[in-house]
Design a protein around this ligand. Structure first.
Ligand SMILES: Nc1ncnc2c1ncn2[C@@H]1O[C@H](COP(=O)(O)OP(=O)(O)O)[C@@H](O)[C@H]1O
Ligand SMILES: [Mg+2]
Length: 240
């Protein structure tokens, strides 16, 4: 069983898009894939369950029959920084709860567990986590505790070189391996000098680039169809 944690240079960088495409690609390789989105901010209530769009997409493409709370145990209504959304809901996010949710995912015995982070690498969870000596906690603490291999999604826009390198350095400083990166254009307007920027990152980041996605503009295609097309463009070598 392998565990991968998908992080990004920022929010809206394409973590869900790429994580879903990766899951889709691995399912097509006959792997059993479980998904985990420990914390999601921005949910709507459906039949008494708080449903986040990311969790719904990850559940759609994975193949371990998980319900939404199994994919996403901590679901917050407001689409704002999770620790603030939690405070508004009179709730404290704990690493203990995130670890417990992951144990449940592990109990499915999938071949591969794919976790989507939230925001960027150093996403604050709590200033006062009783399950962590009342210390400030970050989502990266969960990735560290579960020793996951990390995949970095870079949203190709001005400023991304700095964000990508700082994120890579923080992952390594946390003692984890960053095994791959993806160049993703999450904005309809491509960044200027896109090729040169990707070439610069290829020189500066030591891990392989497993995909390069332009912005899929086709309005006739659904998001699910775009993700299925993107899935075919991923180099799965690191997962073999
Ligand atoms: N390469 C792409 N082509 C088309 N749409 C994309 C692409 N990458 C991301 N998007 C869209 O951009 C938005 C932000 O991406 P998302 O995967 O939700 O980011 P994150 O999970 O990092 O917050 C979503 O609406 C997503 O569908
Ligand atoms: Mg997302």
């Amino acid at each position: 069983m392998k565990n991968y944690f998908i992080t990004a240079t920022d929010t809206d960088a394409g973590k869900t898009f790429v994580a879903s495409a990766l899951i889709c690609a691995l399912v097509k390789e006959n792997k059993r894939i479980a998904a985990y989105k420990p914390v999601a901010a921005g949910c709507q209530e459906q039949n008494g369950v708080l449903v986040n769009e990311d969790a719904a997409l990850l559940a759609f493409f994975s193949n371990c029959n998980q319900d939404i709370p199994s994919v996403n145990p901590i679901a917050l209504i407001e689409a704002i920084a999770p620790h603030i959304a939690a405070a508004h809901a009179d709730y404290e996010i704990s690493l203990g709860e995130i670890n417990n949710g992951f144990e449940e995912v592990l109990s499915l015995h999938a071949d591969i567990n794919i976790t989507e982070g939230a925001g960027g690498w150093r996403l604050p969870l709590s200033f006062n986590d009783a399950t962590y000596n009342n210390q400030p906690t970050f989502l990266s603490d969960f990735a560290k505790a579960s020793k996951q291999d990390v995949i970095l999604i870079v949203n190709m826009k001005l400023g991304c070189l700095n964000h990508a390198l700082l994120t890579y350095q923080a992952i390594i400083a946390d003692g984890l391996n960053c095994i791959a990166w993806v160049a993703n254009s999450a904005n309809v307007e491509p960044m200027s000098n896109l090729k040169e920027n990707i070439a610069s990152l290829e020189k500066l980041l030591p891990m392989p680039k497993i995909a390069q996605f332009e912005y899929f503009q086709d309005t006739a295609m659904s998001l699910h169809e775009k993700i299925s097309v993107a899935a075919k463009m991923i180099d799965l070598t690191p997962f073999k």
